[in-house]
Write a protein that binds this ligand. Structure first.
Ligand code: PHE
Length: 338
């Protein structure tokens, strides 16, 4: 018996636990209900009387040795507890947060600017019929101005198409509501154009419409000046050039003044310092009539702009295709807020 206990003492002395679980099973092996020490104690009664003293103290020795071992290693494992290694004062890493797409950022900004002067948002279908996209807007079938917007038709039905502008939403809006109308129609539009750095077959527009009694061209001009200053800065200048759209009369294109401070200013403004940002005009009385608005009583203006074009200007992006490639290296450069 004494020999057996001595062997165990040696075994315990040589034992080094590798982990907390390891130490735990060691504890159960020795100190558990059916453990080594309990079985030694229960066979103690068979030990001859003259040996009892020696064997008894050696079993007690073994027990303290086991307890000490557990005590020693318990502490060393606690120090390695992963929770205590966490630095709670470290700043949170935001690396995996997504960012808004630049087109959404610019769209939201445009919408915000017009919201502040009372415009509400209206939306409509991307798959349109001929009436809402063309005919109601003074573009009857066979009208040559339809060529200004190369169109994707859906299947073989020439009456169903992908909208070429969000003016179609304004037609729907006028059909449903009575003036005063002040609405903004943001959305995706489609044109059958060759894809290049400056054009794409899918892009985004924001179009605005204001109809009330006595709305004049000077209201339009003032509203667009307000927009340009909010969007591009207080010092921004605008100019209106006469233009043509079938749904507005008179019509104009609006340029903002960028100046010629860099090579790129020179290139994108073709040496003039001015860059076109939107089309606009007074809604043609025929269009009002087509949409159920009395042109004798009401007048109004409309304007439309391409979101990609404004985003290119604002962020200095030289190739419009980047907005559609969803390359995270490009997208993550933009503001996370808004
Ligand atoms: N709908 C025109 C376009 O897509 C833009 C526009 C809107 C022009 C309203 C004038 C008035 O090109």
């Amino acid at each position: 018996m004494l020999k057996k206990v001595q062997e165990l003492v040696e075994k315990v002395n040589n034992y080094t636990p590798e982990s907390e679980e390891d130490l735990n099973s060691f504890r159960i092996e020795y100190l558990g209900k059916k453990g080594v020490l309990n079985s030694l104690f229960s066979s103690f009664k068979e030990v001859p009387v003259e040996q009892k003293k020696g064997v008894g103290s050696s079993i007690n020795n073994l027990k303290s040795l086991v307890q000490e071992k557990i005590e020693d290693y318990k502490d060393s494992f606690e120090d390695e507890d992963p929770v205590s290694e966490i630095d709670l004062s470290k700043p949170v890493s935001l690396d995996n947060l997504g960012s808004r797409h630049p087109i959404s950022l610019v769209r939201n900004q445009i919408v915000g600017i017009f919201n502040r002067i009372g415009y509400t948002i209206s939306e409509g279908p991307e798959i349109e019929d001929d009436w809402h996209n063309f005919s109601a807007l003074n573009l009857p079938e066979e009208h040559p101005a339809r060529d200004m917007q190369d169109t994707f038709f859906v299947q073989t039905n020439p009456d169903v198409l992908l909208r070429t502008h969000t003016s179609s939403v304004q037609v729907r809006y006028m059909e449903k509501k009575t003036p005063p109308i002040r609405t903004l129609s943001p959305g995706r539009v489609y044109r059958n154009e060759a894809i290049s750095a400056r054009a794409h077959c899918i892009f985004h527009q924001v179009e605005g419409l204001y109809i009330d009694e006595n709305v004049s061209f000077s209201d339009l001009k003032q509203t667009l000046l307000y927009f340009a200053k909010e969007m591009f800065g207080e010092k921004t200048k605008i100019r209106l050039r006469p233009s043509y759209f079938p749904f507005t009369e008179p019509s104009a294109e609006v340029d903002i003044y960028l100046g010629i401070n860099t090579d790129s200013d020179y290139r994108i403004t073709k040496g003039t310092g001015w860059l076109e940002i939107l089309g606009c005009g007074m809604v043609d009385p025929n269009v009002l009539k087509n949409c159920g608005v009395d042109p004798e009583k009401y007048s109004g203006y409309a304007f439309g702009m391409g979101v990609e074009r404004i985003a290119m200007l604002k962020y200095g992006v030289k190739d419009l295709r980047l907005f559609f490639e969803n390359d995270v290296r490009f997208l993550k450069q933009f503001d996370r807020s808004v």
